[in-house]
Write a protein that binds this ligand. Sequence first.
Ligand code: SAH
Length: 214
Amino acid sequence: MIVQLNAARFRMVNEELYTTTSEKAKAMFKRDPEAFKSYHVGYQNQVEQWPINPLNVIITWLKKQPKDWIIADFGCGDAKLSMSVPQTKVHSFDLVAANNRVTACDMAHTPLKPGSVDVVVFCLSLMGTNIKDFIIEANRVLKKGGIMKVAEVESRFTNLNDFLLNVSRLGFHCTQKDVQQKYFYMFDFKKNRDCKKAKDVPEIALKPCMYKKR
Ligand code: SAH
């Protein structure tokens, strides 16, 4: 019974995160901090069912990059990425600070200085109805030539070309595209310019990832 209740709560919080703005999601967790815990217990259960965890792919890649790079993990969960590369400086952001590695903030507005990081990671964290704001923020904090890594569930991309086009209009160039895998798509984007005229770019819409009742 408790297991079923937790699973139902996970699905509810998950749906809320995908269907409201990040500002509302932040307010929801402020009102109800337990909701974040329920979400992460359910999320870990999901991770265990996947053939691969894209976060591990990103960690393996990061371990081969220069140690003096500055990384920003946007939507870091429990900051596993930061723990996995202890010699590298990682700024970890999430709506709630699950531990002292995490800075609690909406990743649409981080405290990072402009042009200060080499890599921004979005691993399964492009939730909310204002994804465009997150990409604009990534562009702001990245150095020119910096890398934005995106991993998302494949079924969220109802129009991949539109996604790639709109991200590129926000100041990026797609340098790597792994869309062969069955479950996850992974992309590398290079920042090629500061994002201006973002107003002309439509909202970046990805389909919510809803989990089925078991
Ligand atoms: N990247 C981690 C966690 C993925 S779960 C991993 O791969 O293990 C997605 C996370 O994104 C959740 O912890 C959620 O709270 C966070 N998130 C969603 N929207 C956010 C926002 N606007 N600002 C900060 N974190 C956000």
